[in-house]
Ligand binder design. Structure first.
Ligand SMILES: [Ca+2]
Ligand SMILES: [Ca+2]
Ligand SMILES: [Cu+2]
Length: 340
């Protein structure tokens, strides 16, 4: 579907894989040598600090209201169905200020014994620059159209770059390698739900009207990095001038007008809707939800792999999707519950 020009990994079972050539053929992709140490971010979290406090969800109340949803911007991807822009009304709700963190997901797993789909399938997609040399040497397959995604055996939420990695120093980072189904299981346990795309976009806009980003129309106002995306030459060289090669802590960079962190960039965020490019043409103007099964679930916000040259989807109206059983190193979720 929209694997082309997207930082999103292909679906778990719909993708065509090819053997990863360890010969000269992949030199163009792997011009940067694989790192010995699994490297994900500059700043470490605060692992041992008050686990109960770290596991609590910080809620933000979003007043009901109307907004201009979507974009007609030429920068957008028409095939994603980012427009036409229309007036949409949503009821009041509460949304988590941050995406669900490793600490929060760990609390869920410890309470329930839940096993994620990445663990059941035995593998997940990891961005090639993040895996150790040891793990890279065992990679057999890569998707034909997105060969920077390594099929890494043993990669899962608590081993984000494969068996030799841990989340110990990133308990405050977004949980990743969680499928839509995994996110739903967390929600059921936590008494929450996933945001609809309309709720997500309304909250992500932070009270601003018709802007490109959650903070305005300039990507780097005053030269300042406002989100965690990809700098350099995608996919082979990440300068990480925003401070992060992989995920950043869920609460980092400046929050938007409603107090939401990292809506743009960092990790993609699963939404409640089925994905369709016809979303804006077919859903209601009030509390819209695309409920007709399409085989793919919507994701919003873009990730640390988005780059202007390739996947300009850190814009607030941008959309993407994946199959509900897919998991990757750049997709997580935030949660919603009824207004008080
Ligand atoms: Ca970055
Ligand atoms: Ca995000
Ligand atoms: Cu992207």
């Amino acid at each position: 579907m929209n694997e082309i020009n997207s930082c999103c990994a292909a679906g778990r079972q719909q993708v065509e894989l090819k053997p990863l050539s360890k010969a000269a053929g992949t030199a163009s992709l792997s011009s940067e040598p694989a790192k010995t140490e699994p490297k994900t971010s500059g700043a470490a979290g605060s692992p041992k600090a008050e686990p109960e406090k770290m596991a609590a969800i910080d809620w933000v109340s979003i007043p009901g209201g109307e907004f201009w949803m979507g974009t007609n911007d030429a920068e957008g991807f028409p095939s994603d169905g980012e427009g036409p822009v229309r007036r949409v009304k949503v009821d009041a709700f509460q949304i988590s200020a941050c995406t669900v963190t490793n600490a929060q997901f760990q609390a869920f797993v410890q309470a329930t014994g839940y096993i994620t789909e990445a663990e059941k399938f035995g593998w997940s997609y990891v961005f090639h620059l993040l895996v150790s040399e040891q793990v890279a040497s065992k990679v057999k397959d890569v998707p034909v159209q997105t060969p920077w995604w390594y099929v890494v055996e043993g990669a899962d939420w608590s081993h984000p770059e494969g068996p030799d990695s841990t989340i110990e120093d990133r308990m405050d980072h977004p949980v990743i390698h969680v499928s839509w189904n995994d996110a739903m299981a967390f929600c059921e346990w936590a008494g929450t739900r996933l945001p609809t795309e309309a709720e997500w976009e309304y909250a992500a806009r932070g009270g601003l009207e018709g802007m490109t980003y959650p903070w305005g129309n300039l990507l780097k106002p005053g030269g300042k990095h406002m989100c965690n995306i990809f700098q350099g030459k995608f996919p082979e060289k990440n300068n990480a001038s925003d401070g992060y090669v992989g995920t950043a802590p869920a609460r980092s960079f400046e929050p938007n007008g409603y107090g939401l962190y990292n809506v743009s960039g960092n990790v993609w965020e699963w939404c409640a809707d089925w994905f369709s490019p016809r979303y804006h043409l077919e859903t209601a103007a009030e509390n819209p939800l695309f409920a007709k099964e399409t085989g793919r679930r919507s994701m919003r916000g873009g990730s640390y792999l988005c780059h202007r040259s390739y996947c300009n989807r850190y814009r607030v109206a941008a959309r993407s999707s994946n199959t509900p059983d897919s998991s990757t190193g750049n997709c997580g979720f935030r949660v919603v519950k009824a207004d008080k």
